[in-house]
Write a protein that binds this ligand. Structure first.
Ligand code: AMP
Length: 304
């Protein structure tokens, strides 16, 4: 039945202190699907683009066993566009513009072949649309949801209605503080889990990620990298690696969740090495395994 991924596909214009790229492939669903595709297929992607969306991007997604039956292509429509500018500290980014375009009227339709999917990843889009997706699913077992400040500020009520329906919420540290109105992350995590998701992941950019469940708090490091080219999509690649691994193993135990967080961090580290989706386009599972092991060595130490 595959792993269902719903989210944005877009054309990103990104400036870092070192370079700039225009109308490159981006979008939450794009990064999630590519990252997840290295673990298990097929990935069933649901989203929308306009007729200006380059065919070469569709071909590239197809080569990764990403099924595009659920991709709507609006004739004459304009694809979602986003632009961001990174500061010298690459953890800080300003959104220059968000043009929803075809997303404004997007009504996600889940193809029959994907309605029985047990694993669902709701990429960062309007929480109203994320709820509409869940309404169409037959009996999803494991729902991972990503969101961002844009929706926490603009659609808080709708987001709060969605949260009891998801198993895992993935957000970054500033979004967690914003959602909970609480500066301390540990207290914020407690408050957010009380809003519905039994599992919460808080990403902290180059400082790693925290996993909160009923039983544990697990702290994962980020991969120490000498050159970060473009941080765009790191969060989505994290989500893709996380759910991709769990979908592959179907093991939702605490230990497996921890490994999934490390696989998420692994995919994020590949993502930021190149502009746009380039860092995720030509990996091998061996490279992923190798970096996963380097992660293990990063925080392993003896008692004495
Ligand atoms: P990340 O760096 O993981 O936060 O994700 C960046 C990606 O999210 C970019 O490729 C954008 O196209 C996409 N994006 C940015 N803002 C939005 C939004 N409001 N809704 C959906 N996708 C977005």
């Amino acid at each position: 039945m595959g792993l269902l991924v719903v989210g944005s596909l877009g054309l990103d214009t990104v400036a870092t202190p070192f370079d700039r790229i225009e109308d490159a492939l981006g979008g939450s669903a794009t990064y999630i699907s590519l990252a997840a595709s290295y673990f298990s297929g097929p990935i069933r992607l649901v989203g929308v683009v306009g007729s200006d969306f380059p065919k070469e991007y569709i071909d590239m997604l197809n080569t990764h066993n990403i099924d595009l039956e659920g991709l709507q292509i609006v004739e004459g429509g304009k694809t979602f566009r986003w632009s961001g500018k990174y500061h010298y500290d690459l953890n800080v980014r300003d959104t220059l513009y968000t043009e929803l375009n075809v997303f404004e009227k997007f009504d996600p339709v889940i193809p029959d072949s994907a309605r029985k999917s047990k694993f669902v990843c709701l990429g960062n889009i309007d929480p109203v649309l994320q709820s509409k997706v869940l309404d169409q699913m037959e009996n999803p077992q494991f729902v991972v949801c990503d969101t961002m400040n844009y929706w926490i500020e603009g659609k808080k009520k709708e987001l709060l209605e969605l949260l009891p329906r998801v198993n895992v919420l993935i957000i970054n540290d500033s979004e967690a503080r914003l959602l909970a109105h609480e500066p301390n992350l540990i207290r914020a995590a407690k408050m957010i889990r009380a809003m519905g998701p039994e599992i919460l992941i808080i990403k902290k950019g180059e400082h790693g990620a925290l996993l909160f469940t009923e039983e544990t708090i697990f702290s994962a490091p980020a991969f120490p990298m000498e050159s970060i080219y473009d941080p765009t999509g790191a969060g989505d690649s994290f989500a893709g690696g996380f759910i991709g691994y769990l979908f592959k193993t179907r093991d939702l135990s605490s230990e497996s969740l921890k490994r999934a967080v490390i696989y998420g961090s692994t995919m994020a580290s590949f993502c930021v090495e190149k502009f746009s989706t380039k860092g995720l386009e030509e990996l091998s599972y061996l490279q992923i395994q190798d970096r996963f092991r380097q992660f293990m060595n990063l925080s392993r130490f003896d008692e004495e």
